[in-house]
Ligand binder design. Structure first.
Ligand code: NAD
Length: 497
């Protein structure tokens, strides 16, 4: 069985790990590899390598850092098909979806290629007689990224290109469920000329995360994953004196007003509800139908579901692949059972799906519920699978209140042809990312990504300008140079004149 080991100081570790975990191909259900699970000692080796590399990397000229990022960009672009294939083999998503994921990650690498411009400071001349003030942003040191299974290429790319371009060194702890793309990326960085120790990968679970959270040489932690773990990582990291951004889970609602283009809304609900088998933090899991919108919308959604091709992600024409693990499959199926017993109207049942030739794969079909209420577990919980709930409300104000009362605030969307209604939505809704006639509002890399409420902990959104701020700290200089005026001792607070 292949062993996926850590990448530390520019090479794969060759020692036998103290513990391993299984990696599966979700389309076949077969185990394909063992992944090393890092101990605190393994984490200390990676952090040590990153700490040693930091002093020279932070001093590397901006143009050199930028040129390495350009070379890395070219290599990732060339390797997109290979990365997508590896990703599909461990995550299960379709090849098209995986290619899209790598593309969205590439956009952040491209943003980081422009780091010389992004790190420009400010300069104010003559703020007082003979005095100038200027500011710069400097890197933090060793920073760590802890990432979820659902975007094994893109989510780490939200972090390390910007962190490294800013002059930090990086330790990535990717999801233990789909670790291979991180190995590939480490080799591409080495090929691009990144010095050893600047980018390191440790695999593992809670043990390795806890070691990163308590290591005194880790200055900052970026986390993306479920809300309970995001809250834990944020609280623990802050307690240990680290800067932390921790993005959590979601329950994304899509309001459909009666005046909406119903074909557009049905396409969007099916694409955003069942794309990547619902395993996206920006997936739509609740459609909020205002007035009689659902009466027209639901038959259109059902028509579209019936035509979806559910198959192994690398099969020609596949639109939806399997879930990531058997445990997750069982959890999602149990929510469908609970939704039925709690009184939801199950219009499409994904539980009895069989995919020819993949009897042991982790497949479940799309499920669709009508008449869902806010006390049902299919509404309150993040299912993270292909289960779409329709909640009916009579007034637009009730739809807005429903979303604002929800614990999560990652993304949301409205479908309408009424500009005034859309404007009210964007102003009043308490969610971080808003789609208007567009279901998955993930901003491009020159904006930043982040939800509100329990979908994020910490004060920085991720990537884009907020990413540059997160991975640097400001320093301000006030200089009198040369100083012809000798004023003598003055114990008063400095005032400018
Ligand atoms: P997860 O929280 O189980 O795992 C995330 C990371 O935390 C992994 O690296 C994992 O090894 C580690 N981890 C797991 N349990 C831990 C523990 N007890 N202590 C310390 N570390 C632990 O999440 P997941 O199942 O891999 O990913 C799906 C979740 O991620 C969903 O909730 C989804 O909404 C969320 N997500 C959020 C965003 C966003 O931008 N807000 C993006 C992608 C995914």
């Amino acid at each position: 069985m292949q062993l996926i080991n850590h990448w530390i100081d520019g090479a794969f570790v060759s020692t036998t790990p103290h513990r391993t975990g299984p990696v599966f191909n979700p389309a076949t259900g077969a185990q394909t590899a063992e992944v090393a699970m890092a101990s605190a000692d393994d984490v200390a080796l990676a952090v040590g390598a990153a700490r040693r590399a930091y002093d020279s990397w932070r001093d590397a000229p901006l143009t050199r850092r930028q040129n390495i990022m350009f070379a890395f960009r070219e290599l990732v672009a060339k390797s997109r098909p290979a990365l997508a294939e590896a990703l599909t083999a461990e995550h299960g998503k379709t090849i098209d979806d995986a290619l899209g994921e790598v593309q969205r990650g590439l956009e952040v690498i491209e943003f980081a290629c422009n780091i010389a411009h992004l790190l420009k400071g400010d300069f104010s001349e003559q703020v007082s007689t003979g005095v100038d003030t200027y500011s710069v942003r400097q890197p933090l040191g060793v920073v760590a990224g802890i990432t979820p299974f659902n975007f094994p290429a893109m989510v780490p790319m939200w972090m390390y290109p910007i962190a490294i371009a800013c002059g930090n060194t990086f330790v990535l702890k990717p999801s233990e469920k789909d670790p291979t793309v991180s190995q590939m990326v480490a080799e591409l960085f080495a090929e691009a000329g990144l010095p050893d120790g600047v980018f390191n990968v440790v695999h593992g679970d809670k043990e390795s995360v806890d070691a990163l959270l308590s290591h005194p040489d880790v200055a900052a932690i970026s986390f993306v994953g479920s809300t309970p773990i995001a809250r834990y990582v944020h609280e623990t990291g802050i307690r240990n004196g680290k800067r932390v951004q921790a993005l959590g889970g979601a329950k994304n609602h899509m309001i459909v007003l009666p005046d909406a283009d119903m074909d557009l809304a049905a396409d969007a609900a099916v694409s955003a509800g069942f794309g990547s088998a619902g395993e996206r933090c920006m997936a739509i899991s609740v459609v909020v139908s205002v007035g009689d919108a659902a009466d027209t919308l639901l038959p259109k959604i059902q028509e579209r579901i019936a035509k979806l091709k559910i198959a192994p992600g690398n099969e020609e024409g596949a639109e939806m692949g399997p879930l990531v693990t058997r445990e997750h499959l069982e959890k999602v199926a149990s929510y469908v059972t609970a939704g039925e017993s709690e009184g939801g109207t199950l219009l499409v049942d994904g539980r009895d799906l069989t995919v020819e030739g993949s009897a042991d794969g982790f497949f479940i079909g799309p499920s669709l519920f009508d008449n869902v209420t806010t006390d049902m577990s299919i509404y309150t919980d993040e299912i993270f699978g292909p289960v779409l709930s329709v909640v009916r409300v009579s007034r637009y104000e009730d739809a807005i209140a429903l979303i604002n009362d929800n614990q999560y605030g990652n993304g949301t969307a409205i479908f309408t042809n009424d500009g005034g209604a859309a404007r009210k939505f964007q102003r009043e809704i308490q969610v971080g990312m808003i789609g208007i006639n567009l279901p998955i509002p993930v901003p491009l890399a020159f904006y930043s990504f982040g939800g509100w409420k329990d979908s994020i902990f910490g004060s920085h959104a991720i990537y884009g300008p907020e990413g540059v701020h997160f991975y640097t700290r400001p320093k301000v200089m006030i200089s009198r140079w040369p100083d012809p005026i000798h004023r003598g001792v003055d114990l008063g607070f400095p005032q400018h004149e």
